[in-house]
Design a protein around this ligand. Structure first.
Ligand code: GSH
Length: 245
């Protein structure tokens, strides 16, 4: 059975959604990133970047495989199932360019905005402006990409699954969508899919108070397991996690 290293966050919801959409059986292995479990040596062996999500497929073609990076995991699951990524070269690269756009642009910019807005102990106007502008610009790119299209790349695909959680995250960064009618339409439609609802619901109760809102993030302000990760700090956190286990 697939082993899914998970904590309820936008990058892991992408994979949770794909697993639900494909109806694949999987075991959830919680990695509590607020508690520093991403530094445990066993987890680092699978995900050297000390980030979730990660996936292990013990029954992969040619032997067991472990994968980190949400985009690579989505591609793997699409190839494994033959679903949500077209075989046709042109259509496939339409999906892949949007997938890479999400992983390299929307995710990191929204992530930095979330950091400076909800986690930073001091309010830094320049950073809020910079990442707020970038997030807004990227929503504009998405809006134009969805012009005259139901989904990002032809049919519903892993590109939509990757992008949806990071549009959803705009809500707890108080980023309104009004300027972007195509994004609103797409966001609602994708959000109505049973697989998206189920994937997004995974692990929500672990927060104790329902889906993440600004309040949940504020609880993590200054959390040393989440911030201040120099290479040396990661080595120390990893040693601490090893001593604990
Ligand atoms: N590019 C990576 C980003 C993964 C990522 O940033 N994951 C966050 C949760 S959304 C995480 O694991 N954070 C733990 C930490 O910062 O230590 C991907 O798409 O998988």
């Amino acid at each position: 059975m697939l082993e899914f290293y998970f904590w309820p966050t936008p990058n892991t919801w992408k994979v949770a959604i794909m697993l639900q959409e494909c109806g694949l059986p999987y075991e959830v292995i919680p990695v509590n990133i607020s508690a520093g479990e991403q530094f445990a040596p066993e987890f680092l062996a699978i995900s050297p970047n000390n980030r979730i999500p990660a996936l292990v497929d013990p029954e992969a073609e040619g032997g067991p495989i472990s994968i980190f990076e949400s985009g690579a995991i989505l591609m793997y699951l699409a190839e494994k199932t033959g679903r949500f990524m077209p075989a046709d070269l042109h259509q496939r690269y339409d999906v892949l360019q949007w997938l890479y756009w999400q992983v390299g642009n929307l995710g990191p910019m929204a992530g930095q905005l979330g950091h400076f807005r909800n986690y930073s102990e001091e309010r830094i106007e320049y950073a809020l402006q910079r990442y707020g502008d970038e997030y807004n610009r990227l929503l504009g790119v998405l809006n134009r990409g969805l012009e005259g299209r139901d989904y990002l790349a032809g049919d519903y695909s892993i590109a939509d699954m990757a992008t949806w959680p990071w549009v959803r995250s705009g809500e707890y960064m108080e980023q309104p969508l009004e300027e972007f009618p195509n994004v609103i339409r797409w966001f609602r439609e994708v959000g109505e899919r049973p697989g998206v609802k189920q994937g997004f619901a995974l692990g929500m109760d672990w927060f104790g108070s329902g889906p993440p809102k600004a309040g949940n993030e504020k609880a993590n302000r200054g959390n040393k397991n989440l911030f201040g990760h120099t290479a040396k700090a990661v080595a120390e956190l990893s040693k601490k996690a090893a001593d604990k286990s």
